[in-house]
Design a protein. Structure first.
Length: 94
């Protein structure tokens, strides 16, 4: 039972998140977030592809480094790991 909850938690943590927004011209768009060290732009693009049944237009992309920390590595070394705040504003093509 514990493994089921852990697995479900990992699935949720591994996905890009979305939020529907209204653009200044009145049309609808989706803000896709794929932030964090475990995500990349491919995660945002995959989520946009799912939302729009394949065809979408990127309106704007945001990419900002949000900090970091030293994390333990192999053989007692430490590596600097930084996190990124990545967001992509997309509209679906008709």
């Amino acid at each position: 039972m514990r493994w089921t909850f852990l697995f479900c938690g990992l699935l949720v943590a591994g996905c890009a998140t979305t939020r529907q927004i209204h653009l200044p011209d009145g049309s609808k768009g989706n803000m896709v977030s794929c932030s964090g060290a475990e995500h990349d732009w491919g995660d945002c693009m995959n989520r946009a592809h799912e939302l729009c049944d394949g065809e979408y237009r990127i309106v704007e992309r945001y990419d900002e480094r949000t900090g970091g920390a030293l994390v333990p590595g192999d053989a007692g070394t430490k590596t600097w790991s930084s996190s990124r705040d990545r967001k992509m504003l997309v509209t679906c093509k008709d």
